[in-house]
Write a protein that binds this ligand. Sequence first.
Ligand SMILES: Nc1nc2c(c(=O)[nH]1)N[C@H]1C(S)=C(S)[C@@H](COP(=O)(O)OP(=O)(O)OC[C@H]3O[C@@H](n4cnc5c(=O)[nH]c(N)nc54)[C@H](O)[C@@H]3O)O[C@H]1N2
Ligand SMILES: Nc1nc2c(c(=O)[nH]1)N[C@H]1C(S)=C(S)[C@@H](COP(=O)(O)OP(=O)(O)OC[C@H]3O[C@@H](n4cnc5c(=O)[nH]c(N)nc54)[C@H](O)[C@@H]3O)O[C@H]1N2
Ligand code: SF4
Ligand SMILES: [Mo]
Length: 722
Amino acid sequence: MSPNVETKHSFCRVCHAACPIEVDVETTDGVERVTAIRGVQDDPLFEGYTCIKGRQLPDQMHHPDRLRTAFKRVEGGHLEEVASSDALDEIAEKLAAIIDEHGPQAVASYTGTGGYQNCVALEAARAFHKGIGSRSVYTSVTIDQPAKSMVPALIGWWEGGWDNFRDADISMAIGYNPMVSSYAAAGGLQGTNPFVTMRRAKERGMKLIVVDPRKTELASFADIHLQVKPGEDPALLSAMIKVILDEELHDIEFCEDWVDGIELLSKTVAPYTPEYAAERCEVDADDIVAAARMFAGGTCGTAGAGTGPNMAPNSLLTEYLTIALNALCGRVNREGDQVESGTLLYPDTPKRAQAIPPMEIRTGPEHRFRNLRGYRGEMLCTVLAEEILEPGKGQVRALIVNGGNPAVAFPDQELTMRALRDLDLLVVVDHRMTATAVEADYVIAPTLSLERADVPHLMDRWLTQPYTHYTEASIAPEGDVLNEWQVFYGLTRRLGVKMPMAGGDVAELDNPTDQDVIDYAYANARISMDDYRAAPRTIHPERSYVVEAADPECTAKFDVGNESMMTKLAEARSQQTSAELIEGYVAGEYPFRLVSRRLKTVLNSLGSELPGLAAKGGTTNPAFMNPDDLDELGLVDGDLIEISSTVGVINGVCESAPDVKRGVISMAHSWGDASMEDDKVRDIGVPTSRLTSTTACYDEYTGMAVLSAIPVKVRRSQLVDA
Ligand SMILES: Nc1nc2c(c(=O)[nH]1)N[C@H]1C(S)=C(S)[C@@H](COP(=O)(O)OP(=O)(O)OC[C@H]3O[C@@H](n4cnc5c(=O)[nH]c(N)nc54)[C@H](O)[C@@H]3O)O[C@H]1N2
Ligand SMILES: Nc1nc2c(c(=O)[nH]1)N[C@H]1C(S)=C(S)[C@@H](COP(=O)(O)OP(=O)(O)OC[C@H]3O[C@@H](n4cnc5c(=O)[nH]c(N)nc54)[C@H](O)[C@@H]3O)O[C@H]1N2
Ligand code: SF4
Ligand SMILES: [Mo]
């Protein structure tokens, strides 16, 4: 290695998984450049794991098209470079005028996946909103798996946490794929070195059930793979619950102490016989029975649902039944068990072997539309367009997009674009000129991961041990770029308002550093940030939670017979398919279901601009289809196809994929641009969001739209191929 190359330690922040990395930094004439990324072989948790996206960080950091200065829209309508401090002056002035005229609610922010990768970006946005007195906080959570935040209110929770994956002898994964996404539902395999972890689990005898219309990388490890028809998971789960209750395979002792509503649940699932579910889900009835017996026959291990079923119709019901299955089988940590999850960066909470009761759920601030409400401190992305477009008190007029790309990620692309263009002020913080950024009044260029101090705040809850990994910036940023917190700090200072975080008012600090802001944001963590910083890449077994005895006075119980869920489930029994829930659906007209998926070489809309990723993953989001379906339609690999839903049409490139169930199109989201024309589909892909609607079918509590299991029809494209 040349003498001007130094190796630093950090962690990757392309996705949430936070894989530890070695970063080679070359210094030439005082300018630092990242030249290589490697996994850290001796890391005690990740054992050297990285993925192809992380290894492209040098290209991401130094991409020739990376934005290194702010832009503003000028007369004539184009974007022109501007100093970021001037941009912030002007934005603050405009925000003040908007607040004056419309009130603080008119100022909204949306923190997307890019913002989430910085441990203080969302904290800074929240603090800014507190400062100006606006509740209009939006994040990608409400178009990701909002049912996960809502379901504890309906069914209750367990203070000591669900069974640990490391001890599991059974695991059931319903529509997630950690081998590609590094994501898993609680208690499932998560993104810390997923292949090796799964191999070891199988070696110790763990059984795996996968419910997925595609034979995914995870399903290749499965003992039973139920290749379910998309959107029909509630029928499948109900049949499994029926078998378990009928055969008394549930944890009867646990249920007597901790679970209410079994009788009602049992009555409601009664018509969901394995034969009925088999027909509806297009799987074998014997496999459903076998899966039920296998799941209940295990002694430890959970069922969890991922983005697939959480984006299908009846998402909240699916999530509810999944948790009900765990509750019925008593898949919780008992007194004396060590909790697997690390959770050092969040406040200390009791961990007793007792239930947390369901709660009143309709308590959040009201949206002006469809009787929906915000929850857990944020408002719903699926209602944002209406909040922008509809005049009246509370109308949103300014939006700060904090590392997100709503133009291609939000449901109903046409509506989203109309809303973004209707705003008085759109500010986008992104290092790329995305489909959203090109619409902005101001674009602010952010620092990227290796240029900022950080902690793995998302993985902290999922890591299998309490593990500290603070990183300093590996290189100094070049250009006029700002950390996301600096954007919000700059605005609060200019507006003369507070920026309150757990540790105090950041706006009171002069020239704070990343480190100061992290200290303020994580002041309530159960470890002090000084202790956290002092121990790089270290496991702290002594800080593991050990579950304590239940409070003898505790009377809380899970409720597996929630009235609204049982009503939904009973109604679902009279439908032929969950697609009937979607307004405009006509039986027989939409024979296919389009499902979402993740691709190894991109993170949502990010990735195909990097040559190393495009070479491997291509420049389009293929419409993966079963070869028999292609044959039947007279199509071959690479043909352009037209996919129509009840609300929109896209043109995609079909690709033969034997791992995809017949009647299913498996396609990644957040590709393409906002042009509504697909003539460049082979070069930039196409946004599947054009096939979705925020109003045609939505959950009454979470507002979640249908982003997977979308009923569609397919024919050869009418586009003339270039
Ligand atoms: N049909 C359909 N729709 C979906 C989904 C689906 O499966 N199907 N999935 C949904 C889900 S789960 C999600 S999370 C959303 C995703 O929605 P978004 O998060 O809005 O979409 P991304 O493309 O991830 O946008 C992230 C942006 O952050 C930028 N970025 C990356 N790093 C940084 C950084 O360090 N700082 C800043 N400021 N920006 C950065 C990237 O360039 C990118 O433009 O889409 C949702 N929409
Ligand atoms: N490489 C990579 N990693 C990522 C991302 C990425 O874009 N690329 N995105 C990140 C984000 S934002 C998120 S939220 C996570 C998501 O992480 P995951 O939830 O693991 O996402 P997917 O890999 O899309 O897995 C969803 C699975 O659900 C299946 N599915 C679709 N519809 C249905 C259905 O109706 N029922 C059932 N049972 N299954 C269904 C699909 O076939 C797919 O295999 O991944 C994150 N990690
Ligand atoms: S899994 Fe995520 S964090 Fe790990 S290397 Fe890949 S992109 Fe980076
Ligand atoms: Mo997501």
